[in-house]
Design a protein around this ligand. Sequence first.
Ligand code: SF4
Length: 395
Amino acid sequence: MTRSNADSCPGVLRLHEAADGPLARVRIPGGQLGAAGLQALAEAAEELGDGALELTSRGNVQLRGIRDAAALTERLDAAGLLPSASHERVRNIVASPLSGLAGGVADVRELAPALDAGLRAAPELAGLPGRVLFTLDDGRGDVSGFGGDIGLHAVEHEVFAVLLAGADSGIRVASGDAVGLVLAAARAFAEIRGGGWRLAEVADGAARVRELLGFASTAPGRVVPDPADHPPIGWLPQDDGLVALGAGVRLGVLPARTALFVAAVEKPVLVTPWRGLVVPDLDEWTAEQVVRVLAPMGLIFDAESPWVRVSSCAGAPGCAKSHTDVRADATAAVESGRVASPTDETGAALGPIPAGDVRVSGRQHWSGCERRCGHPHGPATDIVAGPDGYRVTGP
Ligand code: SF4
């Protein structure tokens, strides 16, 4: 497929004109965000935006309603969150959040900054589309199923499978050569993509990249699992005896004030592609205090909470295409207990039905229109607003 228009993904230097004002998307490679960076984002949201951080399904952060774009650029640059003007929108790197902390076949924590640095150092990769996605899976199979353009999936402690267009290319690479090979694959994608935004859109894209990498005769492998639907939530014992806390964020909207309290823990946090956070490396006493402070502020530490199963797009008033305020409707559904309804009330192509009558159990995504922005990577029931109410389909 050849696109006739350039991709319009927002960044910090290129804001999206949303219905509620300019929107900035800040790339957080590997979801790795220092406490100072989180504090800078929270302060920017409070003082220059609408007072909240939106966590995205790629582990990035959006700020809405930006009132002073120049001041935002200056602040984020000073906080180290804008290390490249030319490459900011291509730094979409999702990594297994618990890698190196608990479980996994390999530790990919160092690969994310190395890949980010490699991307930024390559002028020929500045023109990659803002929709490109790199995945770094430590072998537990939590992010390889996200359909990234180029990815690594640990198959042994020091050996990775190379994924192309979300599938196992059959190529295996030693960990020391892995980032270099991903960068070479990115160059190959840039060479063949034409107007395509994603490698999967390019005819024979994965095979052509394999050929350019010198692996034309390699047979595709089969290591890619389904997308994980188990976000890290709650008390997560680390392999070293410390504790990581996985926090769900209601509809991915983190109030700046809450973010400031998380930053005050003074630990680097991980923004997860399930629109949540992981705060690692806590001793048990500190972890208990963190839960005690942050749970009343709305963070979710209970993996059985219905909030963990519900996501939504921005909807109205932020998006002009939305038929309704989907966040308000999804919130009402959770708070009234309708999300916990029996599964037999989930049906295909129901509707249109009024917001207050929607009863859906299990993983679900609410959208203000058929574009279904921010849809989770795995199967989910779709609850899509139209002019006359909602329609429920799937999963
Ligand atoms: S799904 Fe539709 S209403 Fe929701 S954010 Fe996307 S374009 Fe807007």
